[in-house]
Design a protein. Structure first.
Length: 171
């Protein structure tokens, strides 16, 4: 039986011959990309830069969806309108963490959790930091208010809010 490789046309090249005889271009790609946050999240982030929290309403179930989304997952239909919600709320749940984001031990803990935002439907909230609290003072149900970064330092991120602090004497 004949070796089928012997029957193939052309010239076989070694790796060295290949690099010496075949035109090749070597370059380091500088890949640039952008990521679209989508209609609801894009508006949400843009409003954060202006120090406002925005939500979407669904006229069928009468809910105020926050963070905003363009589709109501309960009614299975598009949401209807934009509406602002307040930058005050209630601590829904929290954790006290003695490790930082790199899992290093830290002496002063970080308080993180979910805040239900005033003006949005129940259980609609955002995950964030709590500040000006201690292990002894923080509690579920605590009334809190957003502490915003100065306007010129905001970039359109949830971290345009530094943390949520307790409301004292109505403020
Ligand atoms: Zn709905």
């Amino acid at each position: 039986m004949t070796d089928p490789r012997k029957a193939w046309p052309g010239v076989e090249l070694t790796a060295k011959e290949f690099h010496e005889t075949v035109t090749a271009v070597t370059y380091r790609p500088e890949a640039k990309f952008s990521w679209a946050a989508g209609e609801a999240m894009s508006r949400f982030l843009a409003e954060l830069k202006d120090g406002r929290l925005i939500a979407r309403t669904c006229r069928k179930c009468k809910r105020v969806l926050f963070p905003p989304r363009m589709f109501c997952e309960e009614c299975f239909r598009p949401t209807d309108a934009w509406t602002y919600v307040k930058d005050t709320g209630t601590i829904e749940t929290y954790s006290i963490s003695y490790i930082d984001l790199d899992a290093r031990r830290i002496p002063v803990p970080i308080y993180v959790g979910v805040v239900s935002v005033d003006g949005a439907s129940p259980k609609m909230g955002m995950m964030h930091y709590f500040g000006e609290v201690t292990e002894k003072t923080i509690r579920i149900g605590m009334r809190v208010r957003a502490v915003w970064r100065p306007a010129r330092e905001r970039v359109g991120s949830v971290l345009d809010i530094l943390y949520w602090r307790p409301v004292r004497g109505g403020r």
